[in-house]
Design a protein around this ligand. Structure first.
Ligand code: PMP
Length: 360
């Protein structure tokens, strides 16, 4: 069977050259005589893999030296608790911006450990936009300020970051890490589940400013204390070795393509192809506010449920799969992460045009 164009929100498409390389190296990695899956995490070969993975991420994202890079498990979800357990260091207060259900879940989790204040929310319009943020409303005493930079379900993203002054900015970047150039020094902590832009499911990357490490609340389990992992370079216990290896391949591939500026350019091009068509279509309608549209997750609807279902079904038959939207938005969602080729987006738009003609 041929490979399809996979618009899944995550786990999602990986670059084909990465999958091929992994296939080539599957039985025997380098001179090790074994698969990466069979290697001790304390072996020289694996140490070289994890170090190179970290180095590449540092280079591509321009991560300053006073930040640690951690490769953890438990998904982005676990970060919803690790962030408050580790960052509630003084006032035990935090500001959260609600731009979707992932932010809601994170805020709910944080409430177990301290005082959470909702600075702004776009729930009134089903999270279809990013709310205006008024700096005078931010709590200068907060231990941190929390945002979700890209809202996977609703297809929105921050185009400018809030200026939180000396309050550390914490970002769930699960669905847009490595998709556009960012200034890491603006953040206290960034986390991302790997399964969209970084690699396969199973590893979660945390980029944390060093001064925020080492102040976890007394009851914090050893495994949920950033210090545990920072001290041991993510080798405190057995890390998700194969997932880290695939991330390394993805990062090598990204570097070959010209790094984040090059991929950002391509992402803007891909998103424009889809949004430009959505804006002129009489059948399909984008659901996110134009000013806040995501480059990674494009959400849209047809006028009726029947047409939505028909579209998803026929698209699947054309090798354009996983286009059904999340149930809280309905309609369709095309996730066009870094690894989705421009060709895939062009094919999707071609098919949408044909569908529109046939269903006027
Ligand atoms: N945050 C965002 C923005 C997400 O899109 C997701 C889901 N992919 C999560 C958090 C939860 O991630 P995980 O399944 O890795 O816990």
């Amino acid at each position: 069977m041929e490979r399809v164009y996979n618009f899944s929100a995550g786990p999602s498409v990986l670059p084909e050259p990465v999958l091929k390389k992994a296939q080539e190296e599957l039985l025997c990695y380098g001179t090790s005589g074994m698969s990466v899956m069979e290697m001790s995490h304390r072996s020289k070969d694996f140490e070289a893999i994890i170090q190179s993975c970290e180095q590449l991420l540092r280079e591509l994202m321009g991560i300053p030296d006073n930040y640690k890079v951690l490769f953890l498990q438990g998904g982005a979800w676990t970060q919803f608790s690790m962030v408050p357990m580790n960052l509630f260091q003084n006032s035990k207060k935090a500001d959260y911006v609600l731009t979707g259900s992932w932010a809601e879940k994170a805020a709910k989790e944080a409430k177990k450990y301290g005082t959470v204040r909702i600075v702004a929310s776009s729930k009134d319009k089903n999270y279809s936009y990013i709310p205006e943020l008024d700096k005078s409303q931010f709590d200068p005493d907060a231990d941190y300020f929390y945002i979700t930079t890209n809202n996977t379900i609703y297809g929105t993203r921050y185009t400018t970051l809030p200026d939180t002054g000396s309050v550390p900015l914490v970002a769930d970047m699960s669905s847009n890490i490595l998709s556009e150039v960012i200034d890491v020094s603006k953040f206290g902590l960034i986390f991302a589940g790997a399964q969209k832009n970084l690699g396969p499911a199973g590893v979660t990357v945390v980029i944390i400013r060093e001064d925020l490490i080492g102040h976890a609340m007394d009851f914090t389990p050893t495994m949920l204390d950033y210090q545990t992992h920072a001290k041991e370079n993510s080798l405190f216990n057995t890390p998700p070795t194969f997932a880290i290896y695939i991330c390394k391949l993805v990062l090598e591939h990204l570097k070959e393509l010209g790094g984040i500026p090059a991929i950002e350019k391509q992402n803007i091009e891909k998103a424009s192809i889809l949004y430009n068509y959505l804006d002129e279509s009489a059948l399909f309608k984008g659901t996110a506010a134009k000013k806040d549209r995501s480059l990674m997750n494009v959400t849209f609807v047809c006028p009726t449920e029947e047409l939505n279902a028909k579209f998803v079904k026929e698209a699947t038959a054309h090798g354009l799969v996983n286009l059904k939207g999340h149930r809280s938005v309905g309609g369709m969602r095309a996730s066009i992460y870094n690894a989705m080729p421009v060709e895939g987006v062009k094919k999707l738009v071609e098919f949408m045009k044909q569908f529109e003609m046939e269903n006027k």
